[in-house]
Design a protein around this ligand. Structure first.
Ligand code: IFG
Length: 509
Protein backbone atom coordinates (compact mmCIF):
# COMPACT_ATOMS: atom_id res chain seq x y z
CA UNK A 1 0.00 0.00 0.00
CA UNK A 2 2.77 2.37 1.02
CA UNK A 3 4.57 2.04 -2.36
CA UNK A 4 1.43 2.24 -4.49
CA UNK A 5 0.51 5.53 -2.77
CA UNK A 6 4.03 6.83 -3.43
CA UNK A 7 3.71 6.05 -7.12
CA UNK A 8 0.37 7.90 -7.30
CA UNK A 9 1.90 10.95 -5.58
CA UNK A 10 4.87 10.91 -7.97
CA UNK A 11 2.57 10.90 -10.97
CA UNK A 12 0.47 13.74 -9.54
CA UNK A 13 3.47 16.06 -9.05
CA UNK A 14 4.57 18.42 -11.88
CA UNK A 15 7.31 16.51 -13.68
CA UNK A 16 9.94 19.15 -12.89
CA UNK A 17 9.59 18.43 -9.18
CA UNK A 18 10.27 14.73 -9.46
CA UNK A 19 13.95 13.65 -9.64
CA UNK A 20 14.56 12.02 -13.00
CA UNK A 21 15.90 8.72 -11.66
CA UNK A 22 12.74 8.10 -9.67
CA UNK A 23 10.74 8.35 -12.85
CA UNK A 24 13.11 5.97 -14.62
CA UNK A 25 12.73 3.21 -12.05
CA UNK A 26 9.26 3.98 -10.66
CA UNK A 27 9.07 4.86 -6.95
CA UNK A 28 12.37 5.89 -5.27
CA UNK A 29 14.35 2.93 -3.86
CA UNK A 30 13.01 1.81 -0.50
CA UNK A 31 16.47 0.83 0.76
CA UNK A 32 19.43 3.24 0.73
CA UNK A 33 22.55 1.88 -0.98
CA UNK A 34 24.48 1.96 2.30
CA UNK A 35 21.86 0.20 4.42
CA UNK A 36 23.85 -3.04 4.61
CA UNK A 37 25.17 -5.15 7.52
CA UNK A 38 28.11 -5.50 7.83
CA UNK A 39 28.91 -1.95 6.69
CA UNK A 40 30.69 -1.94 3.31
CA UNK A 41 34.05 -0.18 2.92
CA UNK A 42 32.94 2.31 0.22
CA UNK A 43 29.40 3.30 -0.83
CA UNK A 44 28.86 5.76 -3.70
CA UNK A 45 25.14 6.28 -4.44
CA UNK A 46 24.42 7.99 -7.77
CA UNK A 47 20.69 8.54 -7.63
CA UNK A 48 19.91 6.00 -10.35
CA UNK A 49 18.13 2.74 -9.65
CA UNK A 50 17.48 -0.72 -11.09
CA UNK A 51 14.21 -2.56 -11.13
CA UNK A 52 14.11 -6.34 -10.88
CA UNK A 53 11.34 -7.81 -13.04
CA UNK A 54 10.37 -11.38 -13.91
CA UNK A 55 12.29 -10.91 -17.16
CA UNK A 56 15.51 -9.98 -15.40
CA UNK A 57 18.19 -12.59 -16.15
CA UNK A 58 21.21 -13.69 -14.15
CA UNK A 59 24.33 -13.73 -16.34
CA UNK A 60 27.08 -15.98 -15.03
CA UNK A 61 29.95 -18.06 -16.44
CA UNK A 62 29.92 -21.76 -15.56
CA UNK A 63 32.54 -21.12 -12.88
CA UNK A 64 30.13 -18.84 -10.99
CA UNK A 65 27.08 -21.09 -11.35
CA UNK A 66 27.17 -22.06 -7.61
CA UNK A 67 26.78 -18.37 -6.75
CA UNK A 68 24.14 -17.82 -9.43
CA UNK A 69 22.08 -20.56 -7.80
CA UNK A 70 22.22 -18.76 -4.44
CA UNK A 71 21.29 -15.46 -6.17
CA UNK A 72 18.27 -17.04 -7.88
CA UNK A 73 17.23 -18.47 -4.50
CA UNK A 74 17.57 -15.07 -2.78
CA UNK A 75 15.61 -13.20 -5.48
CA UNK A 76 12.87 -15.86 -5.43
CA UNK A 77 12.61 -15.61 -1.64
CA UNK A 78 12.39 -11.81 -1.86
CA UNK A 79 10.24 -11.26 -4.97
CA UNK A 80 8.70 -14.60 -5.93
CA UNK A 81 10.40 -14.30 -9.35
CA UNK A 82 12.41 -17.31 -10.54
CA UNK A 83 15.09 -15.67 -12.68
CA UNK A 84 16.70 -17.52 -15.58
CA UNK A 85 20.49 -18.06 -15.49
CA UNK A 86 22.24 -17.51 -18.85
CA UNK A 87 25.87 -17.46 -19.99
CA UNK A 88 25.39 -14.32 -22.11
CA UNK A 89 22.70 -11.65 -21.77
CA UNK A 90 20.43 -11.02 -24.73
CA UNK A 91 20.94 -7.42 -25.99
CA UNK A 92 19.16 -4.76 -23.89
CA UNK A 93 18.15 -7.39 -21.34
CA UNK A 94 17.60 -6.46 -17.72
CA UNK A 95 20.47 -8.39 -16.14
CA UNK A 96 22.26 -9.13 -12.90
CA UNK A 97 25.76 -10.13 -13.98
CA UNK A 98 28.28 -12.14 -11.94
CA UNK A 99 31.68 -11.21 -13.37
CA UNK A 100 34.78 -13.02 -12.09
CA UNK A 101 37.90 -10.84 -12.32
CA UNK A 102 41.42 -10.93 -10.89
CA UNK A 103 40.73 -9.12 -7.58
CA UNK A 104 41.03 -10.68 -4.10
CA UNK A 105 39.07 -13.74 -2.95
CA UNK A 106 36.38 -12.28 -0.70
CA UNK A 107 36.56 -8.70 -2.06
CA UNK A 108 33.79 -7.60 -4.42
CA UNK A 109 32.47 -4.58 -6.30
CA UNK A 110 28.73 -4.10 -6.76
CA UNK A 111 27.50 -1.68 -9.44
CA UNK A 112 23.81 -0.85 -9.78
CA UNK A 113 22.48 1.18 -12.72
CA UNK A 114 19.38 1.56 -14.89
CA UNK A 115 20.44 -1.22 -17.24
CA UNK A 116 21.42 -3.71 -14.61
CA UNK A 117 23.57 -4.88 -11.74
CA UNK A 118 27.12 -6.19 -11.96
CA UNK A 119 28.99 -7.98 -9.16
CA UNK A 120 32.72 -8.35 -9.76
CA UNK A 121 35.17 -10.42 -7.71
CA UNK A 122 38.23 -12.63 -8.09
CA UNK A 123 36.54 -15.49 -6.30
CA UNK A 124 33.13 -17.08 -5.91
CA UNK A 125 33.24 -16.21 -2.19
CA UNK A 126 33.53 -12.55 -3.18
CA UNK A 127 30.69 -12.88 -5.71
CA UNK A 128 28.64 -14.54 -2.93
CA UNK A 129 29.44 -11.64 -0.59
CA UNK A 130 28.17 -9.27 -3.27
CA UNK A 131 24.98 -11.29 -3.55
CA UNK A 132 24.42 -10.99 0.22
CA UNK A 133 24.78 -7.23 -0.08
CA UNK A 134 22.39 -7.09 -3.06
CA UNK A 135 19.91 -9.22 -1.11
CA UNK A 136 19.75 -6.55 1.62
CA UNK A 137 19.21 -3.80 -1.00
CA UNK A 138 16.05 -5.47 -2.31
CA UNK A 139 13.01 -3.96 -0.56
CA UNK A 140 10.58 -6.10 1.40
CA UNK A 141 7.75 -5.39 -1.06
CA UNK A 142 7.21 -4.47 -4.72
CA UNK A 143 8.28 -2.56 -6.72
CA UNK A 144 11.60 -4.38 -6.57
CA UNK A 145 13.76 -1.30 -7.06
CA UNK A 146 17.41 -1.29 -5.97
CA UNK A 147 19.26 1.96 -5.27
CA UNK A 148 21.87 2.85 -7.91
CA UNK A 149 25.58 3.43 -7.44
CA UNK A 150 28.73 1.50 -6.57
CA UNK A 151 29.85 -0.45 -3.52
CA UNK A 152 33.51 -1.46 -3.16
CA UNK A 153 33.94 -3.90 -0.28
CA UNK A 154 36.43 -6.23 1.38
CA UNK A 155 36.76 -7.88 4.84
CA UNK A 156 39.01 -6.51 7.57
CA UNK A 157 39.55 -10.01 8.98
CA UNK A 158 39.58 -13.26 7.01
CA UNK A 159 37.97 -15.36 9.78
CA UNK A 160 34.42 -14.35 10.79
CA UNK A 161 32.89 -17.26 12.63
CA UNK A 162 30.19 -18.57 14.88
CA UNK A 163 30.42 -21.59 17.19
CA UNK A 164 27.49 -23.86 18.08
CA UNK A 165 27.58 -26.31 20.99
CA UNK A 166 25.97 -29.59 19.87
CA UNK A 167 27.18 -31.44 22.99
CA UNK A 168 25.22 -29.88 25.84
CA UNK A 169 22.16 -29.98 23.58
CA UNK A 170 22.12 -31.86 20.27
CA UNK A 171 20.69 -29.57 17.57
CA UNK A 172 19.60 -31.45 14.45
CA UNK A 173 21.16 -31.06 10.98
CA UNK A 174 18.07 -29.15 9.85
CA UNK A 175 18.45 -26.69 12.75
CA UNK A 176 22.14 -26.26 11.93
CA UNK A 177 21.26 -25.64 8.25
CA UNK A 178 18.73 -22.97 9.26
CA UNK A 179 21.46 -21.31 11.33
CA UNK A 180 23.85 -21.47 8.33
CA UNK A 181 21.19 -19.84 6.13
CA UNK A 182 21.02 -16.90 8.54
CA UNK A 183 24.71 -16.41 9.45
CA UNK A 184 25.83 -16.50 5.78
CA UNK A 185 23.68 -13.44 5.06
CA UNK A 186 26.06 -11.39 7.22
CA UNK A 187 29.21 -12.68 5.46
CA UNK A 188 30.07 -15.02 8.36
CA UNK A 189 32.34 -17.65 6.77
CA UNK A 190 33.13 -20.23 9.51
CA UNK A 191 30.95 -22.48 11.68
CA UNK A 192 32.78 -24.12 14.59
CA UNK A 193 30.83 -27.18 15.79
CA UNK A 194 31.48 -28.19 19.41
CA UNK A 195 31.02 -31.97 18.94
CA UNK A 196 32.00 -33.45 22.33
CA UNK A 197 31.76 -32.61 26.00
CA UNK A 198 30.96 -34.09 29.41
CA UNK A 199 27.27 -34.54 28.63
CA UNK A 200 27.45 -36.01 25.13
CA UNK A 201 29.47 -37.09 22.07
CA UNK A 202 27.95 -35.94 18.76
CA UNK A 203 30.03 -37.26 15.84
CA UNK A 204 30.28 -40.87 14.65
CA UNK A 205 33.83 -42.28 15.00
CA UNK A 206 34.07 -45.74 13.35
CA UNK A 207 37.05 -46.93 15.40
CA UNK A 208 35.34 -46.03 18.70
CA UNK A 209 31.62 -46.74 18.03
CA UNK A 210 30.41 -46.49 21.65
CA UNK A 211 31.28 -42.79 21.61
CA UNK A 212 27.95 -42.27 19.83
CA UNK A 213 26.03 -45.46 20.64
CA UNK A 214 26.50 -44.58 24.33
CA UNK A 215 27.68 -40.94 24.30
CA UNK A 216 25.13 -39.87 21.69
CA UNK A 217 22.19 -41.93 22.90
CA UNK A 218 18.79 -40.51 23.78
CA UNK A 219 18.93 -38.76 27.15
CA UNK A 220 22.52 -37.55 26.76
CA UNK A 221 22.54 -33.80 27.24
CA UNK A 222 21.87 -31.19 29.90
CA UNK A 223 18.73 -32.09 31.91
CA UNK A 224 18.74 -35.47 30.13
CA UNK A 225 17.29 -34.05 26.89
CA UNK A 226 18.94 -33.35 23.57
CA UNK A 227 20.41 -36.76 22.80
CA UNK A 228 21.54 -37.67 19.28
CA UNK A 229 24.60 -37.47 17.08
CA UNK A 230 25.76 -36.74 13.53
CA UNK A 231 26.46 -39.78 11.41
CA UNK A 232 29.38 -39.32 9.06
CA UNK A 233 26.91 -38.92 6.18
CA UNK A 234 25.04 -36.17 8.04
CA UNK A 235 28.31 -34.39 8.87
CA UNK A 236 29.42 -34.57 5.21
CA UNK A 237 26.04 -33.21 4.15
CA UNK A 238 26.40 -30.28 6.58
CA UNK A 239 29.90 -29.59 5.23
CA UNK A 240 28.49 -29.50 1.68
CA UNK A 241 25.52 -27.32 2.67
CA UNK A 242 27.79 -24.87 4.49
CA UNK A 243 30.33 -24.78 1.65
CA UNK A 244 27.58 -23.89 -0.85
CA UNK A 245 27.07 -20.78 1.31
CA UNK A 246 30.80 -20.18 1.62
CA UNK A 247 30.88 -21.26 5.27
CA UNK A 248 33.74 -23.54 6.34
CA UNK A 249 32.95 -26.13 9.04
CA UNK A 250 35.49 -26.30 11.91
CA UNK A 251 34.96 -29.44 14.07
CA UNK A 252 35.95 -29.44 17.74
CA UNK A 253 36.77 -32.41 19.97
CA UNK A 254 37.35 -30.92 23.42
CA UNK A 255 40.22 -32.43 25.45
CA UNK A 256 41.92 -33.28 27.81
CA UNK A 257 39.02 -31.91 29.88
CA UNK A 258 35.29 -32.02 29.05
CA UNK A 259 35.56 -35.79 28.35
CA UNK A 260 33.07 -37.44 30.73
CA UNK A 261 30.84 -38.75 27.89
CA UNK A 262 33.83 -40.45 26.21
CA UNK A 263 34.87 -42.02 29.52
CA UNK A 264 31.35 -43.31 30.22
CA UNK A 265 31.53 -45.04 26.81
CA UNK A 266 35.13 -46.25 27.23
CA UNK A 267 36.21 -46.64 30.87
CA UNK A 268 39.75 -47.48 29.68
CA UNK A 269 40.09 -43.78 28.98
CA UNK A 270 40.11 -43.12 32.73
CA UNK A 271 43.17 -43.69 34.88
CA UNK A 272 41.40 -46.22 37.17
CA UNK A 273 39.45 -47.97 34.41
CA UNK A 274 36.14 -47.29 36.14
CA UNK A 275 33.40 -45.65 34.07
CA UNK A 276 32.23 -42.38 35.66
CA UNK A 277 28.48 -41.79 35.93
CA UNK A 278 26.85 -40.03 32.95
CA UNK A 279 26.41 -36.31 33.61
CA UNK A 280 23.40 -34.11 32.73
CA UNK A 281 24.30 -31.12 34.93
CA UNK A 282 26.21 -28.03 33.78
CA UNK A 283 29.34 -28.26 35.97
CA UNK A 284 32.70 -28.01 34.16
CA UNK A 285 36.33 -28.87 34.91
CA UNK A 286 35.89 -32.23 36.67
CA UNK A 287 36.98 -34.65 33.92
CA UNK A 288 40.36 -35.42 32.35
CA UNK A 289 41.79 -37.97 29.94
CA UNK A 290 44.47 -40.13 31.58
CA UNK A 291 47.63 -38.36 30.42
CA UNK A 292 49.99 -41.23 31.37
CA UNK A 293 48.18 -44.03 29.51
CA UNK A 294 49.13 -44.88 25.89
CA UNK A 295 45.54 -45.80 25.01
CA UNK A 296 44.71 -42.12 25.46
CA UNK A 297 46.91 -41.16 22.50
CA UNK A 298 45.60 -44.02 20.36
CA UNK A 299 42.11 -42.67 21.05
CA UNK A 300 43.07 -39.07 20.29
CA UNK A 301 44.89 -40.01 17.07
CA UNK A 302 42.01 -42.20 15.84
CA UNK A 303 39.52 -39.38 16.45
CA UNK A 304 41.71 -36.74 14.77
CA UNK A 305 42.39 -39.04 11.81
CA UNK A 306 38.72 -39.78 11.20
CA UNK A 307 37.69 -36.14 11.71
CA UNK A 308 40.39 -34.87 9.33
CA UNK A 309 39.19 -37.30 6.65
CA UNK A 310 35.64 -35.91 7.06
CA UNK A 311 36.64 -32.22 7.03
CA UNK A 312 37.71 -30.43 3.81
CA UNK A 313 38.40 -27.24 5.82
CA UNK A 314 41.93 -26.52 7.04
CA UNK A 315 41.21 -26.42 10.80
CA UNK A 316 40.56 -28.95 13.55
CA UNK A 317 39.78 -27.54 17.00
CA UNK A 318 41.07 -29.70 19.87
CA UNK A 319 39.48 -27.76 22.71
CA UNK A 320 41.85 -27.48 25.69
CA UNK A 321 39.67 -25.37 27.99
CA UNK A 322 38.96 -25.79 31.70
CA UNK A 323 41.22 -28.81 32.23
CA UNK A 324 41.00 -28.25 35.98
CA UNK A 325 41.34 -32.00 36.67
CA UNK A 326 44.63 -32.16 34.71
CA UNK A 327 47.88 -30.99 36.34
CA UNK A 328 49.66 -28.26 34.46
CA UNK A 329 52.64 -30.52 33.75
CA UNK A 330 50.30 -33.20 32.41
CA UNK A 331 48.37 -30.62 30.39
CA UNK A 332 51.51 -29.34 28.66
CA UNK A 333 52.75 -32.90 28.06
CA UNK A 334 49.38 -33.81 26.54
CA UNK A 335 49.32 -30.78 24.23
CA UNK A 336 52.92 -31.38 23.18
CA UNK A 337 51.90 -34.87 21.92
CA UNK A 338 48.47 -34.01 20.53
CA UNK A 339 48.85 -30.64 18.77
CA UNK A 340 51.35 -32.17 16.25
CA UNK A 341 48.85 -34.96 15.49
CA UNK A 342 46.57 -32.40 13.82
CA UNK A 343 49.41 -31.47 11.47
CA UNK A 344 50.16 -35.16 10.84
CA UNK A 345 46.70 -35.47 9.27
CA UNK A 346 47.10 -32.34 7.15
CA UNK A 347 45.17 -29.87 9.24
CA UNK A 348 46.04 -26.81 11.35
CA UNK A 349 45.38 -27.04 15.09
CA UNK A 350 42.96 -24.59 16.72
CA UNK A 351 42.28 -24.56 20.45
CA UNK A 352 41.01 -22.45 23.38
CA UNK A 353 43.72 -20.08 24.54
CA UNK A 354 44.87 -22.39 27.37
CA UNK A 355 46.82 -24.33 24.72
CA UNK A 356 49.34 -21.47 24.67
CA UNK A 357 50.91 -22.99 27.80
CA UNK A 358 52.45 -25.55 25.42
CA UNK A 359 55.28 -24.58 23.02
CA UNK A 360 53.70 -26.77 20.33
CA UNK A 361 50.90 -24.17 20.13
CA UNK A 362 53.19 -21.72 18.33
CA UNK A 363 52.12 -23.17 14.97
CA UNK A 364 48.46 -23.32 16.08
CA UNK A 365 45.58 -20.86 16.41
CA UNK A 366 44.49 -19.80 19.89
CA UNK A 367 40.86 -18.85 20.50
CA UNK A 368 40.83 -16.11 23.13
CA UNK A 369 37.75 -16.52 25.33
CA UNK A 370 38.73 -14.80 28.58
CA UNK A 371 37.15 -11.55 29.77
CA UNK A 372 40.34 -9.56 30.44
CA UNK A 373 42.38 -7.20 28.27
CA UNK A 374 45.74 -8.78 29.18
CA UNK A 375 46.99 -12.38 28.95
CA UNK A 376 50.79 -12.69 29.30
CA UNK A 377 50.83 -16.36 28.24
CA UNK A 378 48.88 -15.53 25.09
CA UNK A 379 51.08 -12.51 24.36
CA UNK A 380 54.21 -14.64 24.73
CA UNK A 381 52.78 -17.28 22.38
CA UNK A 382 51.89 -14.56 19.86
CA UNK A 383 55.46 -13.30 20.02
CA UNK A 384 56.51 -16.88 19.12
CA UNK A 385 54.10 -17.13 16.17
CA UNK A 386 50.69 -18.17 17.50
CA UNK A 387 47.77 -16.56 15.65
CA UNK A 388 44.58 -15.58 17.49
CA UNK A 389 40.83 -15.65 16.92
CA UNK A 390 39.03 -13.31 19.30
CA UNK A 391 35.99 -14.57 21.26
CA UNK A 392 36.10 -12.53 24.50
CA UNK A 393 33.31 -14.00 26.62
CA UNK A 394 32.10 -10.58 27.80
CA UNK A 395 31.70 -9.37 24.20
CA UNK A 396 31.15 -12.35 21.90
CA UNK A 397 29.49 -15.11 23.96
CA UNK A 398 25.98 -15.34 22.54
CA UNK A 399 24.87 -17.58 25.43
CA UNK A 400 25.21 -14.65 27.83
CA UNK A 401 21.88 -13.16 28.86
CA UNK A 402 21.01 -9.78 27.28
CA UNK A 403 20.03 -8.54 30.75
CA UNK A 404 18.87 -10.13 34.04
CA UNK A 405 15.39 -10.70 32.62
CA UNK A 406 16.51 -12.90 29.71
CA UNK A 407 14.89 -16.33 30.08
CA UNK A 408 17.70 -18.25 28.34
CA UNK A 409 21.46 -18.15 28.75
CA UNK A 410 24.03 -17.67 31.48
CA UNK A 411 25.60 -14.59 33.05
CA UNK A 412 29.06 -15.60 34.38
CA UNK A 413 30.77 -13.27 31.85
CA UNK A 414 28.27 -10.48 32.40
CA UNK A 415 25.22 -9.28 30.47
CA UNK A 416 25.70 -8.63 26.73
CA UNK A 417 23.31 -6.21 25.02
CA UNK A 418 23.78 -5.34 21.34
CA UNK A 419 26.05 -2.37 21.97
CA UNK A 420 28.30 -4.45 24.26
CA UNK A 421 28.77 -6.93 21.41
CA UNK A 422 29.51 -4.05 19.02
CA UNK A 423 31.79 -1.65 20.87
CA UNK A 424 35.17 -3.44 20.86
CA UNK A 425 38.11 -3.81 18.52
CA UNK A 426 39.70 -7.24 17.96
CA UNK A 427 42.91 -5.56 16.74
CA UNK A 428 43.58 -3.87 20.07
CA UNK A 429 41.53 -5.94 22.52
CA UNK A 430 44.36 -7.84 24.23
CA UNK A 431 47.70 -6.28 25.16
CA UNK A 432 50.52 -7.83 23.19
CA UNK A 433 48.16 -9.22 20.55
CA UNK A 434 48.47 -6.80 17.59
CA UNK A 435 46.09 -6.78 14.63
CA UNK A 436 48.73 -8.63 12.60
CA UNK A 437 48.33 -11.66 14.92
CA UNK A 438 44.51 -11.62 14.80
CA UNK A 439 42.91 -13.83 12.13
CA UNK A 440 39.41 -12.71 13.06
CA UNK A 441 36.48 -13.13 15.42
CA UNK A 442 34.10 -15.91 16.45
CA UNK A 443 30.83 -15.77 18.40
CA UNK A 444 30.33 -18.92 20.54
CA UNK A 445 26.81 -20.11 21.40
CA UNK A 446 26.91 -22.68 24.21
CA UNK A 447 23.74 -24.78 24.51
CA UNK A 448 23.33 -25.56 28.22
CA UNK A 449 20.08 -23.56 28.20
CA UNK A 450 19.07 -23.96 24.53
CA UNK A 451 16.50 -26.49 23.29
CA UNK A 452 15.49 -25.39 19.76
CA UNK A 453 16.31 -23.32 16.67
CA UNK A 454 14.01 -20.66 18.14
CA UNK A 455 16.29 -20.48 21.19
CA UNK A 456 19.34 -20.26 18.91
CA UNK A 457 17.78 -17.39 16.93
CA UNK A 458 16.71 -15.50 20.06
CA UNK A 459 20.24 -15.59 21.52
CA UNK A 460 22.14 -15.13 18.26
CA UNK A 461 20.12 -12.31 16.67
CA UNK A 462 20.71 -9.38 16.70
CA UNK A 463 24.05 -9.68 18.57
CA UNK A 464 25.63 -11.85 15.84
CA UNK A 465 25.24 -8.97 13.37
CA UNK A 466 27.37 -6.83 15.70
CA UNK A 467 30.14 -9.44 15.76
CA UNK A 468 29.84 -9.83 11.98
CA UNK A 469 30.40 -6.10 11.50
CA UNK A 470 33.29 -6.09 14.02
CA UNK A 471 34.91 -8.83 11.92
CA UNK A 472 34.18 -7.40 8.46
CA UNK A 473 34.04 -3.59 8.52
CA UNK A 474 37.10 -1.31 8.75
CA UNK A 475 35.67 0.66 11.66
CA UNK A 476 32.61 0.86 13.89
CA UNK A 477 29.97 3.57 14.10
CA UNK A 478 27.28 2.66 16.64
CA UNK A 479 24.71 5.22 15.47
CA UNK A 480 25.03 4.03 11.87
CA UNK A 481 24.90 0.38 12.93
CA UNK A 482 21.84 0.75 15.14
CA UNK A 483 20.03 2.57 12.31
CA UNK A 484 20.86 -0.14 9.77
CA UNK A 485 19.95 -2.86 12.30
CA UNK A 486 16.60 -1.22 13.07
CA UNK A 487 15.81 -1.19 9.34
CA UNK A 488 16.85 -4.86 9.07
CA UNK A 489 14.46 -6.14 11.78
CA UNK A 490 11.43 -6.55 9.47
CA UNK A 491 13.50 -8.89 7.28
CA UNK A 492 13.85 -11.33 10.20
CA UNK A 493 10.14 -10.97 10.88
CA UNK A 494 9.36 -11.70 7.22
CA UNK A 495 11.53 -14.84 7.44
CA UNK A 496 10.07 -15.94 10.75
CA UNK A 497 13.38 -15.50 12.61
CA UNK A 498 12.59 -14.95 16.28
CA UNK A 499 15.18 -12.29 17.10
CA UNK A 500 15.45 -10.40 20.41
CA UNK A 501 13.91 -6.92 19.93
CA UNK A 502 16.62 -5.09 21.88
CA UNK A 503 15.43 -1.81 23.45
CA UNK A 504 18.71 -0.27 22.27
CA UNK A 505 17.40 -0.33 18.67
CA UNK A 506 14.55 1.60 17.00
CA UNK A 507 12.99 -1.31 15.13
CA UNK A 508 11.26 -0.41 11.84
CA UNK A 509 7.99 -1.94 10.65
N1 IFG B 1 32.95 -22.06 29.58
C1 IFG B 1 33.17 -23.35 28.92
C2 IFG B 1 32.08 -23.86 28.01
C3 IFG B 1 30.69 -23.43 28.42
C4 IFG B 1 30.69 -21.92 28.65
C5 IFG B 1 29.27 -21.40 28.87
C6 IFG B 1 34.57 -22.19 27.27
C7 IFG B 1 35.77 -22.24 26.37
C8 IFG B 1 31.58 -21.61 29.81
N2 IFG B 1 34.41 -23.24 28.11
O1 IFG B 1 33.79 -21.25 27.21
O2 IFG B 1 32.14 -25.29 27.97
O3 IFG B 1 30.23 -24.13 29.55
O4 IFG B 1 29.24 -19.99 28.81
Amino acid sequence: MRNRLAVLLVCALPLTLVPAPALAGGAPPAVALGSVIPAPVEVRADGTSFRVTPRTVVVAPASARPVADRLVEAVREATGYRLAVVRHAPRHASAITLAPDRSGGEDYQLSVGRKGVTIRSGGNSGLFNGVQTLRQLLPLEAPWIVAGGTIVDRPRFAYRGVHLDLARHYHTPDEVKQYIDEISQFKVNHLHLHLSDDQGWRIQIDSWPRLTSVGGAAGTGVDGVGGGFLTKAQYRDLVRYAAARFVTIVPEIDMPGHVNAAQVAYPELTCDGVAPPPRTDTAVGYSSLCIGKEVTYQFVEDVIRELAALTPGPLIHIGGDEAHATSQADYVAFQQRVLPLVGKYGKKAYGWNEITQAPASHTAIAQYWNTGRTDPTLAAAVAAGTKVIMSPANRAYLDMKYDPSTRLGLSWAGYIEVRTAYDWDPGTHVAGVPESAVLGVEAPLWSETLRSIEDIEFMAFPRLTAIAEVGWSPSRDWESFRTRLGAYGPRWTARGVGFYPSPQIDWAG
